[in-house]
Design a protein around this ligand. Structure first.
Ligand SMILES: NC(=O)c1ccc[n+]([C@@H]2O[C@H](COP(=O)([O-])OP(=O)(O)OC[C@H]3O[C@@H](n4cnc5c(N)ncnc54)[C@H](O)[C@@H]3O)[C@@H](O)[C@H]2O)c1
Length: 245
């Protein structure tokens, strides 16, 4: 049976920007599949009949394929995908170990290519499918200590452009959102590791503050929806002015 409601999939849906995206899409009337490797955090999401929790590591190709195929079997359709899952790595070029480099590329870039490839046929069948990948402002400018992370996020931006061109006449839009500093558990962890506070991260932001996750989720939800019907291959920066200077 095909779901009467639009169906969406959000990776990294248990925390931060992903969790805020899950809530924004539920509010907009989507059935939402929240995928995350952290089952305990998925349980913290509020109860809602249209919210389904799927514990999966997006870097595990077979497990990701199984999750998409179960969604297809259950709902019969997929209209919107938000690829939000990501991991941080702050390390100088000298300190970056090949295994850490590979893991950042697997989660932050390769999983998005795989998810795009796996879901594009369903999004095409939807007739108004939309895919949004979360990149970063740090994929548009260089930053000391972010070789692996910055390379992966820059890769996401160009991957989305290519996917957008290949599907431009097939009814599927692909876009990226490039957030600046956002107050999430990832931000808290990275700042603590560097011996800094979350407030320290706001100093270089022209608006003088970090974003709240909901301020990025609303951009993602807009790009996923029909109001963004002529936007494809774009990277929407939401960084409080960081890359404007
Ligand atoms: N917080 C920021 O300042 C900021 C800025 C720019 C971009 N981003 C990007 O936004 C995205 C979300 O970041 P956040 O700050 O909300 O982080 P977060 O750590 O709060 O949330 C990330 C979620 O992704 C999940 N995840 C990580 N690896 C996974 C995997 N292999 N499989 C499944 N789930 C996995 C985590 O369990 C977590 O629930 C990331 O791609 C991040 O790079 C964040």
């Amino acid at each position: 049976m095909t779901s009467p409601k639009p169906v969406s999939l959000v990776t990294g849906g248990a925390s931060g920007i992903g969790a805020a995206t899950v809530l924004a899409l539920v509010e907009k009337g989507y059935v939402v599949y929240a995928l995350d490797r952290d089952a305990a955090m998925l349980d913290v999401l509020p109860d809602c009949p249209d919210l389904h929790r799927v514990a999966v590591d997006v870097a595990d190709e077979a497990a990701l394929r199984e999750a998409v195929s179960k969604l297809k079997a259950r709902e019969g359709r997929l209209d919107a995908v938000a690829a939000v899952a990501g991991i941080g790595l702050t390390a100088s070029l000298e300190e970056t170990r090949p295994d850490d480099w590979d893991q950042v590329q697997r989660v932050n870039l390769r999983a998005i290519y795989l998810l795009g490839q796996m879901t594009a046929p369903l999004l095409e069948a939807s007739g108004r499918g939309s895919f949004v990948a979360v990149a970063s402002e740090l994929g548009t400018v260089g930053h000391v200590g972010l070789a692996a992370y910055g390379a992966a996020k820059a890769g996401v931006i160009n991957l989305v452009r290519v996917m957008a061109l290949e599907y431009a006449r097939r009814g599927v839009r692909f876009n990226a959102v490039a957030p600046g500093g956002v107050h999430t558990p990832m931000m808290e962890r990275e700042q603590k590791r560097l011996g800094l506070t979350v407030d320290d991260a706001a100093h270089n932001i022209p608006m003088g503050r970090l974003a709240q996750p909901a301020e990025i989720a609303s951009v993602i939800a807009f790009l996923l929806g029909k109001d963004a019907s002529f936007v494809t291959g774009a990277t929407w920066v939401a960084d409080g002015g960081y890359t404007a200077g």
